[in-house]
Ligand binder design. Structure first.
Ligand code: DGL
Length: 267
């Protein structure tokens, strides 16, 4: 492993691309290897046992590329299986999106009322409330599972009337709690950020943990001396477990890039 080694990033599908985008903006010279488990998405409605098994498979795929760091760009895995990833990656540092999102939300709230939206598994685990209350036990956390946001994001329904309708259904109740901060506790949700923001109302601070993860990555690489100083921006190496062409099209749309090559891998 050296400064040229890649940073491994994974999610159940396209959601982790929100993290890829933030890492590219903060660390343009790093080589990134991304795995989206498109054969098994969504993770959110599944049991803890299944999510932990999937996390084990995902990290095994990335470890083949000898990464210098692993980013768990999936809140569901960060909430229920971070230890599985840490164990499998040995001495390689692991960053999970959940802790970064919780820290950012605690810094942002002024009235100590934070809303968290995420998958069923993330909300049921109570991991966000625990992480937030570890930092400040006075903060009230209101959570809401928004499972339909994941397929809407996977379909690229960024500004679709169906997305607006579902956002109203999910977010009206949480709005009534007087929150001043809303955590997008699933990496798919920033893809639908515009609709979420419009529905919840513009006075509420939206937390997307991708930027916090990018900053933490920069800090860790600088501390360990593994920061890549080359002046070029390599395209990420993209791997998926199903439908590479579909992933390629969504990547192009979301990342505003050329149509990328996407490799199919078996899980
Ligand atoms: N994007 C993932 C998360 O942050 C998982 C969504 C899913 O597969 O249900 O939780």
């Amino acid at each position: 492993m050296n400064t040229e080694s890649p940073i491994g990033i994974f999610d159940s599908g396209i959601g982790g691309l929100t993290v890829v985008k933030a890492i590219q903006a903060a660390l343009p010279s790093e080589r990134l290897i991304y795995f989206g488990d498109t054969a098994r998405v969504p993770y959110g409605p599944k049991s803890q046992v299944t999510i932990r098994k999937y996390a084990y498979d995902d990290i095994a795929i990335l470890m083949r590329y000898q990464p210098k760091m692993i980013i768990v760009a999936c809140n569901t895995v960060s909430a229920l299986a971070l230890d599985v990833v840490e164990k499998a990656s040995g001495s390689i540092p692991v960053i999970g999106v959940l802790k970064a999102g919780a820290e950012l939300a605690v810094k942002a709230t002024k009235n100590s009322r934070i809303g968290v939206i995420g998958t069923q598994a993330t909300v049921a685990s109570n991991a966000y409330a625990c992480a937030i209350n570890m930092l400040n036990p006075e903060i009230e956390v209101v959570s809401k599972a928004c499972p339909l946001f994941v397929p809407l994001a996977e379909e690229g329904f960024i500004d679709h009337p169906a997305t607006k309708l579902i956002a109203r259904e999910y977010l009206t109740a949480i709005k009534k709690h007087g929150i001043d901060t809303l955590v997008l506790g699933c990496t798919h949700y920033p893809i639908l950020r515009r609709v979420i923001e419009e529905t919840i109302g513009h006075g509420i601070c939206i937390i997307d943990s991708a930027e916090a993860v990018a900053l933490r990555t920069l800090e860790l690489l600088t501390e360990s001396g593994e920061f890549n100083h080359h002046r070029r921006t390599p395209a990420p190496h993209l791997l998926v477990s199903d439908l590479p062409q579909k992933f390629s099209l969504i990547y192009q749309l979301f990342m505003n890039s050329d149509l990328p090559d996407v490799e199919l891998v078996e899980v």
